[in-house]
Structure formats: structure tokens, C-alpha cells
Design a protein around this ligand. Structure first.
Ligand code: 3HC
Length: 697
């Protein structure tokens, strides 16, 4: 008997039980165990009906994604499902946790489905660049019709048990949460009531309505906007449409062809890399898994601006009380009003109830006094990027905060070690860099200082999870991982315009690549004054920072969206960037002043210069140990800067392109436009010489 699937009997019910932690994924051992168990159930004369149930925290959460990169092994999942569907005895399946992908497909191959109230079902394959490849696209529409099937399959979103019941995907939702007992009772009911074998493939009713409808074209049109650059969502529509056009067996064949096409696509590789990397970033190689974690029950936040307010919301959203400190009453009132407005907007969109809004607001306590921070377990400073101010704040915190409190800075560029040096407890000081809007963006770049203790590092990583962010632990340097690379790309984008490109041309290349917005649209959103102030600080500190046409924009008060004019102009109340002839003239004038003759720059050069400069910097970041692994950089860029997940992040993308090609480009740009940013990273040179990839580090 299989070690992961067992067969037993209670009364007249043959029980097939899966136990393959953590998520009962359908690896080869599970598939062959299931096949064996269903045969055993068929041969068991005492069994009148069969029950499929899983042990542990969840029903089967899908195919085993780790097997995607390995040669295929028998039996295939479609063969297993066929054996279940062909059973001559009714098979009941009991769902708990998350019945996903191949798990839900197997459940649809069974004859009756019962679910715990807390269960969720979904076909999330599209999020991995795939489509359901074991009959899901053919069986789901037979249960719930074209519209719902398309919604589920093209979005990958889950349904609750009650929604699944409403749409005919499950037949019943249980009262209690004892999955084994409820499943058994339902199977016994099937026997006593003489329920027949009911195969989803034979259910034709829901197919009739979809046949002549234009729902497929409608979905393709919406996907053109929502999933413009993606491959698999369109294949999902093709596969579901086949259920309405072809007999079941042929529909299955069509689904398989489309599934294999998705499997081969580079987007699938990128998305699967992103899936595992998102989980791997939490496992920091030099941070032991048994490192103790401090108990965080109350949090203090300094600064009630957009950033501080957004950070406060993250904690209130998960029930953690927050003390929000500002220097002036007026700023404090403004900050609290902004938080309330954000929550009320969510309530208007139906995402929160009015009671929830009040509960969350009640968790945020406004204060003007540092003494209110005496008993917090964690303080996050979120004020202006100014070292002198931050130092003052931290020495104050050192005086008022209790021993053991974690003192964190939300700085996006400044040295955590320098900030920590003003306290008597540098081991408790850490960076927690949130991304704007802080209540929305999923990344939390946690920055370890030289003296930060392991306990503090482990605690801030645990907090990331608690507030539903993806935490990445990085080292301390100017701009850390994310902004250090962004600044390189930003400077190169400005240089491209100096050389002859237009800002809109640069932005279009980046959005065509898959970024949600281009470099210049992004700096208009963040505020051009921010970059200007940083450049001015660096100039004051004696660094050689050449003048740019963006300095001129800032000097004219064109700060971006907030002044309705930056690199682009904006109509009142609109965020849509409109190219501005005034800026074109300003750029021309700048070139004249600098003696630059503009040349035509093609899109390929723009793409290479914007991305290769990041990869070169990424390689330096790895070499210096600022990021521990290439995947830490990938996740930082996917969740902090909208790098298209289907390209797997910048370092994965570089591996896919071939590092030799990237290094050639970097050497070419080093020779031509020149500059320190193009000095090839020694690590990159070594990897190319050894024929290795970043992923192998
Ligand atoms: N295959 C292999 N490993 C899986 C897996 C899968 N389908 N799903 C989760 N895991 C692993 C994770 O990598 C993680 O491993 P780790 O502990 O070593 O890091 C572990 O299981 C636990 O996962 P999470 O940390 O994500 O646990 P959560 O409780 O937060 O979430 C989950 C559980 C909702 C099931 C989430 O893991 C998930 O969404 N999994 C992917 C589900 C999915 O995409 N299924 C479709 C697969 S494709 C398919 O079925 C093709 C078919 O149509 C032919």
C-alpha cells in the first residue's frame, strides 16, 4: 500500500485517505496511491460507496509544482481522474482547507462534493502561467456555466464554500468542521438514499446556454486590458470555449494541447520561479529557523504623513493597536483624517463594513507625546529623509522606549548603522522599508544593520507575514536593494533622454516590457522634488552629480502629479500622463546648453540600457552580500516596483536571456556612454567565465 494514500473501510464506505504534507500536492506517489486505492475500492465487495478525504490542514492544493521541471512520470493526473470518474460505485469527496488546481479537478471527477464551511475552491493555474490541465476547463463549465467558469479560470481567484454551493460546484456545505465525520455521514447518506453515479462529463445542461453567447469574446476583450502581455489567460478562454464546441473527449484533448503550450512558455517558468521565491525569501540562510521572535503587541509610528498613515493601517488591519505620533496637532489631525478617508473609500467599494472601519480607527491612537511610546514593542519612524532629523528621533526613542523594544526606520536610502549609532542599543535597531502606498504594496524590505541582533531580524520577518506583506531581509547600503537599483535605472533613463530619446519613448519601452508604469511616470507619482533633493544632498556632500534636465523641472516647481506638472502634465483630478511640449522644449534647451547633439535611439537600446544597468548593479549587490540570493532581488522588484512576475524578476530574466549576452551589452555600454554604473560587476564576469547563472549562486 502507498505511504501517502491509504484505503480502509467503515461499514459500507470505502475510505481513500491522502496524507502528504504540507498541502497534499499531487506528486507521483500521491497519483499512483490514488489509482491503487480507487481500484481497491472497486474490488472491495463490502464497499457500496467510496469517500475521498485528506488529512492535515487542507484538501489537495493542486499538482506538485516542483515536478514541473522534471520528466513526466506515470500515472498522469488525467488518468487518475478518469479512473475516479469511471468508478461504478459513487465516489463522495469531502473538501477542507483549499481544494485547488488539480485538487479541485480530481474533486470534479468524483460524483458528489461536500465541503466544510471554511473550505475554499479554485483553479489558480493561471497564476502560474498555466491553465487547468486535468479536465478543469471541461468539467467546471458543466457545473457552473461559462461566465463563472471563465471568471474563476482566468483570474485564479478562490470561491468560498457557500459561493461554490451557490454555483453548483459543491453539492452541500457541512454544519460542523469535523471533515472525517461529515464526509462519512454524507457517504452513508448516498448509500441509504441510493444516489447514482453522477459523472460531471455527462452534465450538458449548463453548456446549452453558453453555446451561442458572446461571453468568450467579451472575456478576450477584457483580458486585452487586464492581462495584455500574458499568454495563459487567453489560452484559458480557448480551452473553456472548447467545452462548448467539442464533445467531452475532444475537449479534453484540446485542453491538453493548450496546457502543454503554456507549460513550454517562458512566462510559466517566470511565474513558478516567483511562486517559490516568494516562499523562499522568508527562509534566510544565515538566520537559524529556531531564532526566538519577540512578542509584538503594540506598535508606535512616528510621522502621520502618507507613509506613516499607510504603515499604521497595516497594523490596525490585523488587529494590532498603533500609537501614531506627530509633532503638530494639525499634521496629526490631517493624518488621522486621511486614514479614515482611506478606510471609508474601502467601505464604499464594499471591501469593509462600517463597523470594521470604526474598529480599525479605534486601534489607532493619535498622540503628540513621546511618552506615549514608553510601552510599545516596536516603533517605526516614518519622517522626512533627513539624517539629522532621524538621528534626533532615535536618540529620543532610546530614552523613552522600554528595553527590548525594536526601533525601526522606514528610510528608503539612509544608513541604518549611522541611525543606530545614536542609540545605546544598536542591536535593536533595524530598517523596515515600506513601499508607497504602504497599505497596498506587498513588499517590506527589512534592512539589517551591522549590529542588528538575530532576534530582531527574525521578528521583523515574522511581522511582515503577520501584516500580510512579503518580507525580504537585505543588508545596509545606500538605497539597499530596491532603490539602489532603481536609482541606477533612473539615472540611465535620464541619460537616454539627454542622448535623444523622449521620456514617453522610454516609458513605453518599460510598460511594453510589462512594468505597470514607466520611469518618468513613476517619478511624477513619487514627486520629482524627492530625487532632486537627494541629488542636491549628494552635491552638497561633494559628490560629482552632473546636472540634468530633471533638475530644471524641479527648479520650475514641476514636482509631478501633485503639481499637475512634472515630466508630463496632468488634467485636474486625473493621473493620466500627457506629453508636454514645454518639457520637450526644456529638454532641447538643456541639450543645447550641454552641447549634446541628439541622436535617434531605438527601443532595443532603451530596454537594454534600462535593464542591464539594473542587473549589473544587482550583481554588485549580490557580491557585497547586501542581498543573500538572486531570488531576494527578484522578489524585491516584483513586489516593490511592479517588475512583471511572468518574467520572474530581473536576475531570473537575466539568467533566461543568457548572462553572456548581458555582459556583452554591459561592456559595450561601458565603452560608449561610460560611467561607473557600467563597470562590469566582477561576479557577473566570473559567472560568465564559469558558464553559470545567478540562480546557481
Ligand atoms: N506543489 C508543491 N508545493 C506546494 C504546492 C504545490 N501545488 N502548494 C504549496 N506548496 C508548498 C509551498 O512551496 C510551501 O513549501 P515550503 O514550506 O517548503 O516553502 C508549502 O507547500 C506551504 O505553502 P504556503 O507557504 O504557500 O502555505 P499557505 O498555507 O500560505 O498556502 C496554499 C497554501 C493556498 C495551498 C498555497 O501554497 C498555494 O496557493 N499553492 C499553490 C496552489 C496552486 O497553484 N495549485 C495549482 C497547481 S498547478 C495544477 O494543479 C496543474 C493541474 O491543473 C494539472
Amino acid at each position: 500500500m502507498s505511504e501517502v494514500v491509504s484505503y480502509s473501510r467503515k461499514g459500507q464506505v470505502g475510505i481513500i485517505s491522502v496524507n502528504y504534507p504540507p498541502v497534499n500536492a499531487l506528486g507521483q506517489a500521491v497519483r499512483s496511491g490514488l489509482l491503487e486505492a480507487v481500484k481497491q475500492g472497486q474490488a472491495d465487495d463490502e464497499a457500496e460507496a467510496l469517500l475521498l478525504v485528506c488529512e492535515g490542514r487542507t484538501f489537495i492544493a493542486g499538482a506538485d509544482i516542483r515536478e514541473f521541471s522534471k520528466p513526466r512520470q506515470e500515472p498522469s493526473l488525467p488518468d487518475v481522474i478518469e479512473a475516479f470518474e469511471n468508478s461504478t460505485k459513487p465516489i463522495i469527496v469531502a473538501l477542507h482547507g483549499t481544494a485547488l488546481g488539480g485538487g479541485l479537478e480530481l474533486a470534479m471527477g468524483c460524483h458528489y462534493r461536500v465541503a466544510l464551511p471554511s473550505a475554499k475552491v479554485g483553479l489558480p493555474e493561471v497564476k502560474l502561467g498555466l491553465l487547468p490541465g486535468a479536465g478543469g476547463t471541461q468539467r467546471l463549465p458543466r457545473l457552473c456555466g461559462a461566465q463563472k467558469a471563465l471568471e474563476m479560470i482566468t483570474s485564479g481567484d478562490f470561491l468560498s464554500a457557500s459561493e461554490a454551493l451557490e454555483h453548483g460546484i459543491v453539492d452541500a456545505v457541512t454544519e460542523s468542521s469535523d471533515i472525517a465525520a461529515e464526509g462519512l455521514a454524507y457517504a452513508e447518506q448516498a448509500i441509504t438514499k441510493g444516489w447514482p453515479v453522477r459523472r460531471v462529463r455527462d452534465l450538458e445542461g449548463k453548456l446549452e446556454t453558453g453555446r451561442d453567447s458572446d461571453v468568450f469574446e467579451q472575456f478576450r476583450t477584457t483580458l486585452q486590458q487586464r492581462a495584455r502581455n500574458l499568454f495563459s489567460p487567453f489560452k484559458c478562454v480557448d480551452a473553456v470555449e472548447a467545452a462548448f464546441q467539442l464533445p467531452f473527449e475532444e475537449g479534453l484533448k484540446r485542453e491538453r494541447e493548450l496546457f502543454l503550450a503554456c507549460m513550454e512558455s517562458p512566462q510559466r517558468a517566470g511565474l513558478v520561479h516567483a511562486f517559490f521565491s516568494e516562499r523562499d525569501v522568508a527562509k534566510v540562510p544565515d538566520l537559524p529557523t529556531d531564532t526566538p521572535v519577540r512578542d509584538i503587541q503594540r506598535v508606535g509610528i512616528i510621522g502621520a504623513g502618507t507613509m506613516g498613515g499607510g504603515i499604521a493601517m497595516n497594523f490596525a488591519n490585523v488587529g494590532i493597536p498603533v500609537c501614531l505620533l506627530e509633532a503638530q496637532q494639525e499634521a496629526l489631525d490631517r493624518g488621522i483624517a486621511m486614514i479614515r478617508q482611506n478606510y471609508e473609500n474601502s467601505a464604499r467599494k464594499g471591501r469593509l463594513t462600517t463597523t470594521q472601519v470604526e474598529e480599525r480607527m479605534a486601534l489607532i491612537e493619535p498622540t503628540l507625546s513621546y511618552s506615549a511610546l514608553a510601552d510599545v514593542d516596536l516603533v517605526i519612524e516614518a519622517v522626512f529623509e533627513d539624517m539629522a532629523i532621524k538621528k534626533q528621533i532615535f536618540s529620543r526613542l532610546d530614552e523613552v522606549c522600554k528595553p527590548g523594544a525594536i526601533l525601526a526606520s522606514n528610510t528608503s536610502t539612509l544608513s541604518i548603522d549611522e541611525i543606530a549609532s545614536t542609540t545605546r542599543r544598536p542591536e535593536d535597531v533595524v530598517g523596515m522599508h515600506f513601499f508607497s502606498p504602504a497599505n497596498v504594496m506587498k513588499l517590506l524590505e527589512n534592512v539589517r544593520g551591522e549590529k542588528t541582533s538575530d532576534e530582531v531580524k527574525a521578528t521583523v520577518m515574522a511581522i511582515a507575514k503577520r501584516i500580510k506583506k512579503v518580507g525580504v531581509l537585505v543588508g545596509n547600503c545606500y538605497g539597499f536593494v530596491g532603490n539602489r537599483m532603481l536609482h541606477r535605472r533612473g539615472a540611465e533613463a535620464i541619460q537616454l533622454v539627454n542622448d535623444g530619446a523622449t521620456p514617453q519613448q522610454v516609458d513605453k519601452v518599460l510598460t511594453d516590457f510589462g512594468f505597470p508604469m514607466g520611469q518618468f511616470a513613476m517619478s511624477d507619482l513619487a514627486g520629482i522634488d524627492v530625487g532632486y533633493r537627494i541629488r542636491q544632498e549628494r552635491r552638497k556632500a561633494g559628490e560629482e552629480v552632473p546636472p540634468t534636465w530633471m533638475d530644471k523641472l524641479a527648479e520650475q516647481g514641476r514636482f509631478g502629479q501633485k503639481t499637475q506638472a512634472g515630466t508630463y502634465r496632468y488634467k485636474e483630478g486625473s493621473r493620466k500622463p500627457i506629453p508636454d511640449p514645454e518639457v520637450e522644449a526644456l529638454i532641447r534647451q538643456f541639450r543645447e546648453e550641454q552641447g549634446i547633439t541628439a541622436r535617434a535611439i531605438d527601443d532595443q537600446e532603451i530596454l537594454e540600457r534600462c535593464l542591464y544597468v539594473m542587473i549589473n548593479e544587482g550583481a554588485k549587490i549580490l557580491e557585497e552580500g547586501i542581498a543573500t540570493r538572486a531570488l531576494d532581488i527578484d522578489i524585491t522588484w516584483i513586489y516593490g516596483y511592479g517588475f512583471p512576475a511572468y518574467r520572474g524578476g530581473p536576475m531570473f530574466w537575466a539568467d533566461q536571456q543568457g548572462l553572456e549576452q548581458i555582459l556583452d551589452g554591459i561592456r559595450r555600454f561601458h565603452a560608449q556612454p561610460g560611467g561607473e554604473q557600467w563597470r562590469p560587476a566582477p561576479l557577473l564576469e566570473r559567472l560568465v567565465a564559469e558558464g553559470k547563472r545567478f540562480a546557481e549562486l
